[in-house]
Every structure is written in C-alpha cells, then in structure tokens.
Design a protein around this ligand. Structure first.
Ligand SMILES: Cc1cc2nc3c(=O)[nH]c(=O)nc-3n(C[C@H](O)[C@H](O)[C@H](O)COP(=O)(O)OP(=O)(O)OC[C@H]3O[C@@H](n4cnc5c(N)ncnc54)[C@H](O)[C@@H]3O)c2cc1C
Length: 450
C-alpha cells in the first residue's frame, strides 16, 4: 500500500488514494502521526464542539468511522446560561466543560484544539491557523455564530456581545466596575454615567441581561456601598423593532415589558442605535444616553464557513444547505447549527440550541448510514421545542405551539429545562443549588472583577 499521509508543505494531490477510506490525518512538521490505530476507516472531521458538533459526534458513536473533533477552545459552552455568568450569578466553570472529558468515553473520537481557517474541498483538507492540516472523507462544519454589529464593527470595542466565556467575564467586569467607579466618583454626571447600563437588542439575551442587571442593582448590591445607592442605577433596554421578544406571541412580549418595568428596566422600542462610543449611545429618535456600560445583544452573524467554502452566504453569512444539510454539489460536506441556513416545513430553522442538536444528530446518523452502505436518507425535519426567556428571579415566558406560560410557572419550566440540558451531574447540582441560594438570599457569589 502506498502512503496516504500528507505532511506540512507537501503539495495538494500528493495523497491521492485508491479509496476514500484509507487516509490518515497528519499534524506537526514533517511528522506522520495517525490519530487512530485504525487507519483504514472513513475519517469524519467535525469542526466545532458546540451543541451541533457534539451531537453529531455522539450520533456516530457506534459507526465504523474515526472522528476528529476540532475546536478553537478546549471547552464546550452552554450559551443559554452565559448571561448568568455575565451577571455574577454563576461561575464560568458552571456552564462550560472540557471537550475532552465530554467525549472521553467515545473511543472513535479524537479531540484537537485548533482554529480552522480554510477548507480545501478538492483535496479534502481542513487547514488551521496553527498550520496543521486534517484530511477528511466527510466534513461536518458546526462553528456557530458571532455577534454582529451590522455595518459598524468598530462598536464591538465599546459594546461587547455575549457569545463566549471570555465575553461573559468581560461583561461581568464592566458591570461591576461601573459600581466601583461610581463609588469613587465625585461629579454627579460621572456617577450617573457609571450607573447607567444600556443593553442593545430586545431578544431573549437582551431581556435576560437587562432583567438580571436590574436585579443586581436593585436587590443584590443594596447594602454593599456607602456613598452610592445602587438602587438608583438606570438600566435601559433598547430595541429597534416595535416590540421586545419578537419571536414570541405579542401578549408574552407585552407581559415581559411590564415585568421588566416593574423590576426597574426602561424599555425603549422602535429605537435603533445610530452611534456608539465609550461614553454611551445615540438613538435614532435623537436621544443620547451617557453610559459607561453598553452591552450588545442585537444581532448575530454566522462563523466564516461560507468564506472557507468559497460560496456566498445568506444575509447573516450562513451557508445555504440542501434538505440533507449538505453543501449543494458536495455530498461529503455538511453544515449544521447556527452556521447553516436551511428550511424545514417551509420555514427557516431558527438559531436555537435544540435546532443545532437536531441537525447534529441527523447528520451523524446520515453519515453512519452512508458508511454502512445505505444510500438514501430522509430529509432533515426540524421539530420546534418552544421559545423560552427568563425575565427575573421568578418570572419567565414560555411559548410552545398554543401553550403559553408566564410568571412563576414559566420560570419553573425554564429552570427545569435549563438544568436538564446542562452537561454533567455536578453542574446540574451546582447550578440548582446556586439558584436556590440566590432565590432565598438575593446573593450572587460570582461577583469577581477579573
Ligand atoms: C447568550 C446566548 C443565549 C442563548 N440562549 C438560548 C436559549 O435560551 N435557548 C436556545 O435554544 N438557544 C439559545 N442560544 C442559541 C444557542 O446557544 C445556539 O443556537 C447554539 O449554541 C448553536 O449551536 P452550534 O453548535 O451551531 O454553535 P455553538 O454552540 O456556538 O458552537 C460552535 C463551536 O465552534 C467552535 N468554533 C467556532 N469557530 C471555530 C473555528 N474557526 N475553528 C474551530 N472551532 C471553532 C466554537 O469554539 C464553539 O465551540 C443562545 C445563544 C447565546 C449566545
């Protein structure tokens, strides 16, 4: 048998193979380092160990394939609870887990920490910023989405978005530092600026952030400062559209707006941000809000997978895929989760965790069938599991088909759903105990500026 490896610097095409199933990937300079002892099985490279990528790997657990799971981070992050890290209710380790330990029991998976920057479809190679190359027979791209500042990328510097653990700790520091600086400030205008918090974007993340900041200011910190009164903090939620939570039924949006007002959040709808700097934001209506803490929850754009594949993404940069979640014209490349643009039942599949997991499971099973010799597969069908958003420490809204829940009942459903979806018994226990403690004492243990 001839060599089916490629080393750094070797020209494309050097590893042409009689069958697609005998390649072994190589990493490191001039070193042949097979990932798996079985060099002859189809190689599946999965980029991204988020909800979609992990589920794809899991669905391939019994398949006769070798999987290389690439992620630029060493941890999987449970994004739905990131806002609780950003607002000091949970610690980073409560919502993130080492990818290696998640898949350690699955023998056909190898994890590589690698920042992917290109895909060569012809040679079936994934390239990374570190200079490594990974050969694949099947490629699954599940690299998620980033915050989008529309045509103003410069605003990112002043208004951090919430996507990663690093974002959450940065936001936490920004919020807590505001109170610290206000305590030291002498001018009234300065104090007001440090104690004004603006959240841009009235979707679930914006609502959750704004509600949680109001709670910190109005309940948690009340007794902790001597000069300032944290209860006088101003929390503003700015939404460009006509209502917050636009994906929810209108009555739940109205209810959310009322609860936010009750807990001290000013909700401004129909107000697009026209400018943003380190001193605050300007709104389309002409209002200027001076604030040292502007947070961005207004939009997302897909990871640059479309660029890697040399195709045009949709408006949000997502890769249009067919009903089998394959790249049109290339049945060996799948794009799933927040990076994919796909319709099911005539509607676009939303950028939600259950959608990403369903796509991952579908693609994993699809590849398992194909490598077992079955050609056909049913098209992907998305099953919506509902929309949930929490508003405060005992209120949430839930919309599922015709069922609508709100208030404490909604909050209980929201809490149980989120604890259920967390990975690992330790995290479930820690989060549940933290929430109970916070509920009873109004305390938040993770108030660290780091
Ligand atoms: C703050 C927030 C709150 C949310 N709340 C909810 C909620 O309550 N309910 C809900 O259903 N959904 C919620 N979502 C949406 C949900 O989290 C996403 O839809 C889901 O994470 C998408 O899964 P994914 O696998 O496509 O991407 P992700 O989970 O984002 O995973 C992408 C992975 O790819 C990796 N990656 C990215 N680029 C590269 C690269 N170049 N090289 C290597 N690896 C790379 C990343 O490190 C990451 O691990 C929320 C999202 C956010 C940001």
């Amino acid at each position: 048998m001839r060599a089916f490896y490629r080393t750094k610097g070797e020209p494309a095409g050097a590893e042409t193979t009689p069958t697609a199933y005998v390649r072994t990937h190589v990493t490191g300079p001039a070193k042949l380092r097979p990932i798996s002892p079985s060099g002859s099985r189809p190689k599946v490279v999965i980029i991204g160990a988020g909800f979609a990528g992990l589920e794809a790997a899991r669905a391939l657990s019994r398949a006769a394939v070798d999987i290389v799971l690439l992620d630029k981070k060493n941890h999987h992050c449970f994004q739905p609870l990131l806002y609780q890290v950003a607002t000091a209710a949970l610690s980073p380790a409560d919502v993130a887990w080492p990818i290696r330990s998640i898949v350690s029991g699955q023998e056909n998976v190898s994890v590589m920490m690698a920042d992917v920057c290109a895909v060569d479809q012809e040679s079936k190679i994934v390239r990374t910023k570190e200079g490594d190359r990974f050969l694949y027979d099947y490629l699954v791209i599940a690299t998620g989405a980033y915050s989008s500042y529309f045509s103003h990328p410069e605003w990112a510097e002043y208004a951090p978005g919430l996507k990663t653990i690093e974002d959450a700790t940065r936001i936490r520091a920004k919020i807590l530092t505001g109170f610290e600086r206000a305590e030291k400030a002498t001018l009234e205008a300065e104090i007001r600026k440090f104690m004004t918090f603006v959240v841009v974007g009235g979707g679930p993340t914006g609502v959750e952030l704004a509600g949680s900041i109001a709670e910190i200011a109005h309940s948690v910190l009340v007794r902790d400062f001597r000069k300032i009164n944290p209860q006088s903090a101003r929390v503003v939620l700015v939404e460009a559209g006509p209502r917050i939570l636009p994906s929810f039924p209108a009555d739940l949006s109205d209810y959310t707006k009322k609860i936010l007002s009750d807990i001290g959040v000013e909700v401004l709808t129909g107000q697009a941000v026209t400018d943003c700097d380190d001193q605050g934001v300007s709104l389309a209506g002409g209002e200027r809000i001076e604030s040292a803490c502007v947070l961005w929850a207004a939009g997302v754009k897909a990871s640059p997978a479309a660029e890697w594949l040399g195709i045009e993404g949709d408006r949000a940069g997502r890769v249009p895929v067919n009903e089998f979640l394959q790249l049109p014209g290339n049945a060996d490349v799948f794009v799933i989760g927040d990076t994919a643009s796909v319709r099911s039942g005539g509607k676009p599949v939303p950028g939600l965790a259950p959608a990403a997991k369903q796509m991952g499971q579908y693609v994993g099973k699809h590849i398992a069938r194909v490598v077992s010799g079955y050609e056909s597969a049913r098209p992907f069908v998305y099953r919506h599991q509902g929309d949930l958003a929490t508003i405060g420490r005992k209120s949430a809204v839930v919309a599922f088909n015709r069922t609508k829940l709100k208030g404490v009942v909604g909050w209980l459903v929201w809490s149980i759903a989120h604890i259920y979806f967390l990975i690992g018994a330790r995290n479930r226990a820690v989060v549940a105990i933290n929430w109970l403690w916070e509920y009873l004492t109004f305390q938040r243990g993770a108030r660290l500026i780091s």
